[in-house]
Write a protein that binds this ligand. Structure first.
Ligand SMILES: [Zn+2]
Length: 194
């Protein structure tokens, strides 16, 4: 009899229903991981229902771990607590990949399966910055690169780094670099022609 390889376990309707309904009678029968967040959960997890196409099913926690998924902080599928530094690493990785999207403390908390309050405190404790400060840093550093390496306008660059409000981008850039975006670009050009 042909058996499906467990790491490619098929998502049946039954399993999908169990995930949608947070059905705890399926706990320990399977685990589900979400590709976009890198987290895996018990069927009963109360976190936001993921998109079906992003879900991978595992028979046990070890398989999910060896496929590089991390245990959810909320439902604790390995019955151990995810260490704070790993949790924060997961969130910074998510920000690094998704800074062009709209990101708030609430969405990050939802994605990382924690409360906004706990996320804010833990992130600051581990990195010295709040999640929002970290997002701003990633965005402004990327914007600097685009200002120097492309001829795009400031508002185009603002959009490319996830800030659709150009005046806000302008203010944030100035606050973090002590120069306006245009001035920053000019200063660097002058350096190069010296
Ligand atoms: Zn979970």
């Amino acid at each position: 009899m042909k058996r499906e390889s467990s790491s490619n376990e098929i998502m049946s309707d039954e399993k999908w229903q169990a995930i949608i309904n947070n059905d705890d009678s399926y706990n320990n029968q399977f685990f589900y991981a979400v590709k976009t967040t890198g987290i895996f959960c018990k069927p009963s997890c109360k976190s936001r229902t993921p998109k079906k196409e992003n879900v991978r099913i595992f028979q046990n926690a070890e398989e999910a771990l060896s496929a590089n998924f991390r245990p959810c902080k909320r439902c604790k599928p390995t019955n151990e607590r995810l260490p704070d530094n790993e949790w924060v690493a997961l969130i910074t990785e998510y920000i690094d990949k998704n800074y062009t999207e709209k990101l708030t403390l609430e969405t990050l908390a939802e994605i990382s399966h924690g409360s906004p309050y706990h996320l804010q405190r833990t992130f600051k404790k581990i990195t010295g910055n709040t999640p929002v400060e970290y997002i701003q840093e990633v965005r402004i550093n990327t914007a600097k690169k685009y200002l120097l390496q492309s001829g795009r306008t400031v508002s185009e660059i603002a959009k490319m780094v996830g800030i659709s409000n150009t005046p806000y981008f302008f203010t944030l850039f100035k606050k973090m670099t002590d120069a306006t975006p245009a001035h920053f670009r000019q200063l660097q050009e002058r350096e190069e022609t010296k």
